[in-house]
Design a protein around this ligand. Structure first.
Ligand code: ACO
Length: 336
């Protein structure tokens, strides 16, 4: 049977370290507030002068993942690029990444599913692989949030949570009858909550898409009803975790590690509590990176592998909720 397995991972963070103290100089906030409400201590941002897009970060992460997987660019059948902060309004960052990799006809698909981009990407890669449309898929999550944040007091609820970064995963077909690879994936969306977390402009429903008035009002910055998103996450994450376990036919105990999206440490602690999991089974690195959206789950996966928390035979659940709102879970077992 065709199974979808992870062959290599890689991550890349830009070098500009931004601490909570730095943010406190630019807006009315404090290290204590940020740590107490979110758990975040620092994040990395691209250089202030610009010139670095999501595909640049994704390219660096891809090179690492591909060297670990033993892949050359020509081995890739499909690129899936998950981001909410594409280099350009169009074309997609996947096309730009393909070009950086020296590819000129490999298909490239962008996924605009925000914090669940990696989950939707895994589900899509699995479908391509199991239907024999592709043997090798490069899945990238990459974000440059910092150039799109309101770093004044007006935007403080959103600006303090986001970090830039990228991670890539080389996904490959394996023929085996053992229970391994992607065991289940569940993805969902509820557009009735779209306005709880959004960036309004530039957008096709505005004419012009961006003008002086909209700029003044900050319509090009993200806005969030943080409490509503928080409440939804705390309700939906245990729900979708249960759904994925049922679909795969495995028990909660057989999952070695949970890697939730890194949106807020308190959300992940609430998830651990409601599932009755020891906190050591739920991986968190938001303290160091902030919320890197589509990059956050693969970035944590790459770290967890490096730390030896995951390896041959281990089972991991990826899950998250974000703008859309979209939410989901993917259960994965490393081949023994
Ligand atoms: N520093 C200091 N004070 C602040 C800050 C800040 N950075 N931000 C907000 N405040 C103030 C508010 O103005 C408010 O003041 P008031 O009581 O005088 O009105 C007070 O702090 C409380 O504000 P809340 O927004 O209610 O604070 P909350 O505890 O909800 O924390 C947060 C805000 C951290 C954003 C939280 O709601 C959250 O994490 N929500 C979920 C985020 C999430 O999961 N997003 C999805 C992923 S992102 C994606 O998909 C792109």
């Amino acid at each position: 049977m065709k199974k979808t397995i992870i062959k290599g991972t890689g991550r890349y963070l830009p070098s500009r370290l931004v601490t909570n103290e730095d943010l406190s100089r630019w807006m009315d906030t404090s290290n204590e507030w940020i740590i107490q409400r979110t758990g975040i201590e620092q994040r990395y941002w691209v250089p202030e002068e610009g010139g670095v897009g999501a595909s640049d970060l994704g390219f660096e992460a891809s090179k690492i993942a591909m060297s670990r997987a033993g892949w050359e660019p020509e081995d890739i059948d499909l690129i899936i690029f998950a981001t909410l902060s594409p280099d350009l309004f169009f074309p997609g960052s996947g096309c730009l990444l393909a070009h950086k990799l020296g590819l000129s006809s490999t298909p490239a698909l962008d996924i605009r599913q925000q914090c669940t981009g990696f989950l939707y990407g895994m589900a899509t890669a699995d479908a391509y692989i199991r239907s024999s449309l592709a043997k090798r898929v490069l899945l990238v999550g990459a974000e440059v949030h910092s150039t799109g944040l309101d770093i004044s007091t007006r935007g403080r609820d959103v600006a303090v949570i986001f970090g830039d970064g990228a991670a890539a995963v080389c996904i490959e077909r394996m023929e085996t009858d053992i229970k391994a690879g992607i065991l289940a994936s569940c993805v969902h969306a509820d557009g009735s909550l779209a306005e709880s977390l959004m960036t309004v402009a530039p957008a096709s429903r505005e004419n012009p898409r961006l003008d002086e008035k909209m700029l003044k009002e900050g319509k090009h910055f993200p806005t969030m009803d943080g409490r509503n998103i928080f409440k939804n996450a705390v309700r939906r994450l245990p729900e979708v975790a249960g759904e994925a376990l049922n679909k795969a036919g495995i028990s909660l105990d057989s999952v070695d590690l949970f890697i939730p999206h890194q949106a807020n440490l308190r959300i992940n602690q609430a998830f651990a509590k409601s599932m009755d999991l020891p906190e050591s089974k739920v991986y968190n690195n938001i303290q160091r990176y902030g919320n890197t959206t589509a990059a956050s789950i693969p970035l944590a996966l790459d770290e967890a592998i490096e730390k030896g928390l995951l390896g041959a035979g281990s089972t991991v659940m990826f899950l998250g909720l974000g703008a859309g709102v979209t939410w989901g879970a993917v259960l994965y077992r490393f081949p023994a």
